[in-house]
Design a protein around this ligand. Sequence first.
Ligand SMILES: [Ca+2]
Ligand SMILES: [Ca+2]
Ligand SMILES: [Ca+2]
Length: 140
Amino acid sequence: MTRLTLLALSFAVLATPALAQMRGQDPFADADINRDGQITLAEFQASRAARFDRLDRDRDGVIRMQDFPRIALRGDRGADLERMISAADRNRDGALTRPEMLASPPVAFAMADANDDGVLTAAERDAARARLQEMRSARR
Ligand SMILES: [Ca+2]
Ligand SMILES: [Ca+2]
Ligand SMILES: [Ca+2]
């Protein structure tokens, strides 16, 4: 897989209407937990755990395609969610557990961390968002 494909995958779930309550389509929106303007890997992982909890709407500890109403999964969006689940679903049972999600590589973080110092600055996040916009418009 190309790096761009991996980035697209990691952003994919954010495009689902089931996540409409989340801010926009920005995987870093809620990640700066201590509000110092930078996102560490630990903060990013914590925000992924929170995202899992939001996706696991019936609180059974797993995310499945069946958790989402069909209307939320029309067209590309269903495919995007399916790709996200299968990318992290280590034991291939079609369900994504919290440990599975947290154990999957933090691709969005790695892609955005341009200088590989383990911290995302605002500038690095802006650059990642710009790349995402480019990919989205290229897909249309
Ligand atoms: Ca921070
Ligand atoms: Ca699984
Ligand atoms: Ca960095």
